[in-house]
Design a protein around this ligand. Sequence first.
Ligand SMILES: [Zn+2]
Length: 311
Amino acid sequence: MDEQTKVAILAITVIIPILSLLVWNSDQAIISASSDSTQITVIASFYPLYEFTKQVGKEKVEVLLLVPPGVEPHDWEPTITDLQKMHQSNLIVINGIGFENWVDDIDTVNSKVMVVNTSEGISLINDSFFQKDENKHYDDYSLADPHIWLNPLMAKIQVSNIADALLQIDPNNRIFYQENAKSYISKLEHLDEKIKNELSTCKKDFIVFHKAFSYFAVQYELNQHTIINSNNPNIEPTSKTLEEIINLAKNSGINVIFTEEAVNARTSEVIATEIGARVLVLSTMEIMNENSNYIMKMENNLSNLKEALCT
Ligand SMILES: [Zn+2]
């Protein structure tokens, strides 16, 4: 390793403090889109599920976002008040695959509330899939990767699962939910086609912060490399993984290092400076931003990926 790389690694592992995850006022633990006593009440675990549920339920459903805007959902835990609100709801929408490690707590409050696991029917990537090099150290919390929502074709299945749950609870509006789901699914299909077409002739290797884009990478035949070897962003990069990523970036001619919305961009910036690259955002959709939505964020990701891979 050359001196300059050593300095860059030192800067990240020692000088940059623990990832400064954004945490806003926890009193806003549950936000509500609207309120109407004729609506059914649905609690969505985190941002993409909130968006998908609103797209299917529209004005017939009051959707509450459980993990507050600006808060990173990995390792998030509900308060007693959150659990009480879940008790009062008609439906709880979760990602599954261990993403909501609090889900068993619902039973302690009320086992009757319906919980829809939107990952039902999706083929998961097991982490062993990536462990081709036995000398590499992996810090994953769980074996299966939860980030299914970043693949639009898997998001389609999540939307269908949400529609199925809503029409079970509210069969009078069956057609309404089915039509809304169909219309949103066609937007996701259009998005999938667009990503496929626009990335098909570009380079394949990209570097992100945490291992969130495995399903996306498999779908579009890309090679994801990560600054930390984990499905969970709440992990510090190690000297070893940083050295590997810097060497890989240098050897593959990578000119963009991605960061994400809820982690300290400084880590990506130091690596980018070391190799003469730029830093762009690739959203994991794990936090909600006002004035944006899933499709807009995916299109923004596509545009940043094209900057990295197609120029
Ligand atoms: Zn993640």
